[in-house]
Design a protein around this ligand. Structure first.
Ligand SMILES: [Zn+2]
Length: 74
């Protein structure tokens, strides 16, 4: 009977080890760093800030839209 308890203890320890191993946060490669999204002031499309063209405190998806917007306001 004590053998059975010993066996159960081993299974429990192995299970606990596996669980804590799985629970460990996986070393994530830099895939989805949350990036701030901005809205193109011309067409309203949402783009990552790093890909946008900032101008006059606004953001644009393309240089063409930046130009179109500045021409509109003239
Ligand atoms: Zn645009």
């Amino acid at each position: 009977m004590s053998r059975l308890i010993f066996l159960f203890a081993i299974v429990a320890v192995v299970y606990w080890l596996l669980r804590s191993y799985v629970k460990r946060p996986p070393s994530q490669p830099a895939t989805k760093a949350p990036e701030e999204m901005v809205r193109c002031a011309q067409c309203g499309v949402h783009i990552p800030k790093s890909e946008s063209i900032p101008a006059e405190g606004m953001y644009f998806c393309t240089p063409a839209h930046q130009r179109a917007h500045s021409q509109q306001n003239e």
